[in-house]
Design a protein around this ligand. Structure first.
Ligand code: PAF
Length: 287
C-alpha cells in the first residue's frame, strides 16, 4: 500500500501538479475536512475514474463554523486519514495549517447569493461564505481539472458549481451519489457523535425522506409530503427539525405547495437527534 505524499504548502502541491500536467496528466481534487469514511473514499474512487492523479485536501476550515458550532470538537486524525487515502491509492494529501490557508490580514469572503440563502444558509449564516471561499482557494491553489463533491451536501454542491461558473474557474465539478450504510443512513463524519441508541433511531431520516418522495411521486401536494416527513422524524425522537423542504433540484427555488408537476425536485432535510445535527437529501419527482 503506497502512502500518499503529504504536503502542507501550496507551493509544494503546485510542484506536484506542475510535473503531472507537464506529463499530460489530468488532475482531480477531492476537498475534505478529514475524519475520512467510506463516503469520502467513494469520492476518491470517482475522482480516479475521471483523472490520472488525485489530490485529497484535508483541512478543517474555521471560516465555515460559527463560534457556537463544533469546530473544536470536529473529529480529527491525520494519520488515520493518510492510511485510508493510501488504501485507495490517492496520490497526494494536501494538509495545510490554518496560516497557510489564511495569511494574517486575510480579508476576502466569497458570497454566492440565491442558491446559498435558504436551508443551510438560513440555519447557518456563516457556512456557505466560508465554504465558497475555501473551495475557491483550493481550486486556484491546486489548478485541478476536475473536483468531486458528495451529493450528501447537496446545497453545497450547487453553491460550489455556481461559484466556479460565476468566477470562470476552469474546473469540471462532479457530484457523487451519497454513500449510505446498509440501513440507508448517509455516511457522515458527524455520525461519530451519535450514541448507539441515536444511531439506531437515525435511520428514520432516510425513511422519512423516502416516504415523502413516494407521496410526491404519487401526486400528493408538496406541503403534505413535507408534513409526512416532519411527523415521522418527530415520532422517531428527533428533537428539532430545522427544515424539510422540497426544492427545485438545480437552483433550490421553492416548489409547491401543490403537486410538483413536471419539475425535477429534491427533498432536503436537517434535523437534530440529541446533540447531533444530521442533514440529508433525495431526488423527488413524478413517477
Ligand atoms: O464538505 C466538506 O467537507 C467541506 O464543506 C469542504 C467542501 C471540504 C470545504 O471545507
Amino acid at each position: 500500500m503506497t502512502q500518499p505524499t503529504i504536503v502542507r504548502t501550496v507551493a509544494q502541491m503546485r510542484e506536484h501538479v506542475r510535473a503531472w500536467k507537464a506529463a499530460g496528466q489530468r488532475v482531480a481534487l477531492v476537498p475534505t475536512m478529514g475524519a475520512l469514511h467510506e463516503g469520502h473514499l467513494t469520492l476518491i474512487r470517482l475522482a480516479q475514474e475521471n483523472a490520472d492523479r488525485v489530490i485529497a485536501s484535508v483541512f478543517v476550515n474555521p471560516k465555515q463554523f460559527a463560534p457556537h458550532e463544533d469546530f473544536d470538537a470536529y473529529p480529527r486524525g491525520e494519520a488515520v486519514d493518510a492510511e485510508k487515502l493510501a488504501s485507495v491509492g490517492c496520490d497526494l494529501m494536501f494538509a495545510p495549517n490554518a496560516s497557510e490557508m489564511y495569511a494574517p490580514g486575510f480579508s476576502t469572503l466569497i458570497t454566492v447569493s440565491g442558491v446559498s440563502e435558504p436551508l443551510e444558509g438560513a440555519a447557518r449564516p456563516q457556512f456557505f461564505g466560508g465554504v465558497a471561499t475555501v473551495v475557491a482557494k483550493l481550486f486556484i491553489q491546486s489548478q485541478a481539472d476536475v473536483a468531486v463533491f458528495g451529493e450528501k451536501d447537496y446545497q453545497q454542491l450547487q453553491v460550489v458549481k455556481r461559484m466556479a461558473r460565476d468566477l470562470d474557474i476552469p474546473i469540471e465539478i462532479i457530484g457523487a451519489p451519497t454513500a449510505r450504510a446498509e440501513d440507508g443512513l448517509a455516511l457522515s463524519s458527524r455520525n461519530a457523535y451519535l450514541s448507539a441508541e441515536e444511531r439506531a433511531a437515525a435511520v428514520a431520516l432516510p425513511d422519512a425522506m423516502k416516504a415523502a418522495a413516494q407521496a410526491v411521486a404519487a401526486g400528493s401536494r408538496v406541503d403534505e409530503a413535507e408534513a409526512i416527513a416532519v411527523e415521522a422524524l418527530k415520532a422517531a425522537g428527533f428533537r428539532q427539525v430545522d427544515y424539510v423542504e422540497v426544492r427545485e433540484a438545480s437552483d433550490l427555488s421553492r416548489l409547491g405547495p401543490g403537486p410538483i408537476g413536471e419539475a425535477e425536485g429534491r427533498i432536503l432535510v436537517a434535523a437534530w437527534l440529541g446533540g447531533t445535527r444530521l442533514i440529508d437529501n433525495m431526488a423527488v419527482g413524478q413517477a
